[in-house]
Design a protein around this ligand. Structure first.
Ligand code: HQG
Length: 176
C-alpha cells in the first residue's frame, strides 16, 4: 500500500468515524467506537491495511480499544459522541491557529467549537501554524489556559495531544 492509498483511506476513515458513519452503514457507540470488522468490510480493506493506516497516521487520528476489536477517531467529531476524555491541567499557554477573516468575530464572541464538539487548541506554535494554514495565511492566537483553568474552565486532552475546551472567551486571547 503506497502513501497515496494510505492517505486516501485515512481521509475516508475521518469522514466515516467523525461525521457520516451512515454513509457506509456503520454504527458508532455512544463513545464513538465502531467494530473494526464492520469498518474493514465497508472500506474494502484488510485488517493489516487498517493497522498500517492507524499506525502511520500523521496526527494519530485513530485508536483501537484495548481488545483491538473496536476503533474510533480520537477527536474532531461532528456527530454526537461522548469520548469520556480525561480532564487535565493544560500548559500555562495554549495556541489556536486560524485566519484573519475570523478575527473580528473571534475577538467579539471568543473561540467557539463551530461544527465540532469543542474548541481545538494546540500545545505549541508550530502545530497551531499548521492548523491555521489549512485555511490560508495562518494567524496564531495565544490562550491564557492557566487563567482559564483558575476561573473554572474545564480542559480535556485527546489521545493525540489536542487540548479541548467548550469555549474560550475573548478575554483569554491575545496575539502572538
Ligand atoms: C474558527 C484539524 C468565527 C476557528 C486541525 C477555525 C485541528 C471562529 C474554524 C482540528 C470562531 C473552525 C480543528 C468564531 C472559532 N467566529 N470563526 N467565534 N471561533 N472560529 O476545522 O481548530 O486534520 O472546526 O478559528 O489540525 O481549525 O481534522 O477547527 O478556523 O486539530 O484531524 O472556525 O482539525 O485536525 O474550524 O481545527 P475547525 P480548527 P484534523
Amino acid at each position: 500500500m503506497n502513501e497515496k492509498n494510505t492517505n486516501r483511506i485515512s481521509r475516508r476513515m475521518s469522514r466515516y468515524l467523525r461525521h457520516a458513519p451512515e454513509e457506509i452503514g456503520i454504527q458508532l457507540s455512544p463513545d464513538g467506537w465502531t467494530d473494526t470488522k464492520a469498518l474493514t468490510t465497508a472500506l474494502g480493506i484488510t485488517r493489516e491495511q487498517l493497522e498500517l493506516v492507524v499506525a502511520g497516521n500523521d496526527k494519530q487520528r485513530f485508536a483501537f480499544d484495548d481488545t483491538g476489536t473496536r476503533i474510533r477517531a480520537n477527536q474532531g467529531h461532528t456527530v454526537p459522541v461522548e469520548l469520556d476524555l480525561p480532564v487535565a491541567t493544560p500548559p500555562a499557554t495554549l495556541y489556536h491557529g486560524t485566519v484573519a477573516k475570523f478575527l473580528d468575530a473571534i475577538m467579539t464572541e471568543g473561540l467557539r467549537p463551530m461544527t465540532r464538539h469543542d474548541v481545538h487548541l494546540s500545545p505549541d506554535v508550530p502545530t497551531a501554524v499548521k492548523v491555521g494554514s489549512r485555511r490560508g495565511k495562518p494567524v496564531v492566537l495565544a490562550v491564557d489556559a492557566r487563567r482559564m483553568q483558575a476561573d473554572g474552565h474545564v480542559f480535556r486532552l485527546s489521545a493525540n495531544g489536542v487540548w479541548l475546551t467548550e469555549h474560550v472567551p475573548a478575554t483569554y486571547l491575545s496575539s502572538t
